[in-house]
Design a protein around this ligand. Structure first.
Ligand code: 13P
Length: 287
């Protein structure tokens, strides 16, 4: 069964740890993340971007795949299926498809419009028992072809959006998606502390989890971050492991070309990355 992310994130905020959102791209990804969450007895959030949803043949296909997998693999830890950086239309498609959580990314709208649309979605999600993530201050980097610079959110605007009754709030604090450039200044803890003070008990979300040094992750959690998104890092470890398999010529030995064999090292690499993140975030044993 899929659950809203509300309870797991409120527990994380109170317990000063964070739940990982790991983005999925296909069956192998989903299986690797679900099995690792179960093995670590950790709650988990499966993130689906609109691009990945399209790639996997639509949000309905994704919902059914995840639900059936939870059943077949006997996954008992809390799992939320969450739309990552949703457009207004995308949010409604995921609500209809049976997701248990959505992110409405209205950060590129003027704040009034972000407020209006978020307010409406708060109502719809409350009726459906779904969790809703809102965003203030665009997260930089590239995602699905859209490139932005890391911004620092205005704490007052964060309060305005948090007060609408969203479940969790993503605030830009100098984080970006993808690999961090060599001249990256690090997270703005000043912004994070100011936002945290304004929004009180609201769980905060840190996007761009790939490549943030462990000490900055820990400090962010201590300042109120309860959900951390990781995408690129699983892609990098998957690609490196499959590359190694092919470069060692293993696909040319026996039935090494069988996709179940060819992709196996990639799956193991995703598992290792997810395990490492869950340990760092402190969500192990918190299911
Ligand atoms: P990374 O790809 O940098 O890990 O970011 C993931 C993310 O924030 C998804 O919303």
């Amino acid at each position: 069964m899929l659950v809203s992310a509300k309870e797991m994130l409120q527990k994380a905020k109170a317990g000063r740890y964070a739940v990982g959102q790991f983005n999925i791209n296909n069956l192998e990804w989903t299986k690797a993340i679900l099995l690792t969450a179960q093995e670590m007895n950790s709650p988990v959030i499966l993130g689906v971007s609109e691009g990945a949803g399209k790639y996997m043949c639509g949000f309905k296909t994704v919902t059914e795949m995840v639900k059936c997998m939870i059943d077949e693999l006997k996954i008992t830890v809390p799992v939320a299926l969450h739309l990552d950086h949703g457009t207004y239309e995308g949010c409604y498609r995921c609500i209809e498809a049976g997701f248990s959580s959505i992110m409405f990314d209205g950060s590129h709208y003027p704040i009034e419009e972000n407020v209006e649309k978020t307010k409406e979605l708060v109502k719809v999600c409350a009726e459906k028992g779904m969790s809703l993530e809102a965003e203030v201050g665009a997260i930089g980097g590239e995602e699905d072809g859209v490139v932005g610079m890391g911004e620092c959110a205005d704490p007052e605007e964060c309060k305005q959006i948090a007060d609408l009754g969203v479940t969790m709030l993503a605030a830009g604090i100098g984080n970006i998606h993808g690999k961090y450039p060599a001249n990256w200044q690090g997270l703005s803890f000043e912004t994070l502390a100011a936002v945290s003070e304004k929004v009180g008990a609201m769980p905060l979300v840190l996007h761009g989890g790939t490549g943030i040094p462990a000490d900055q992750i820990k400090k962010a959690i201590s300042l109120g971050v309860s959900k951390i998104n990781v995408n690129t890092e699983c892609q990098l470890s998957f690609a490196a492991a499959v590359r190694k398999y092919i470069e060692e010529g293993k696909d040319l030995q026996g039935k090494g070309f069988d996709p179940r064999k060819l992709l196996a090292p990639g799956v193991e690499a995703i598992k290792a990355t997810v395990r490492e993140k869950m340990e760092l975030f402190g969500s192990v044993g918190k299911a």
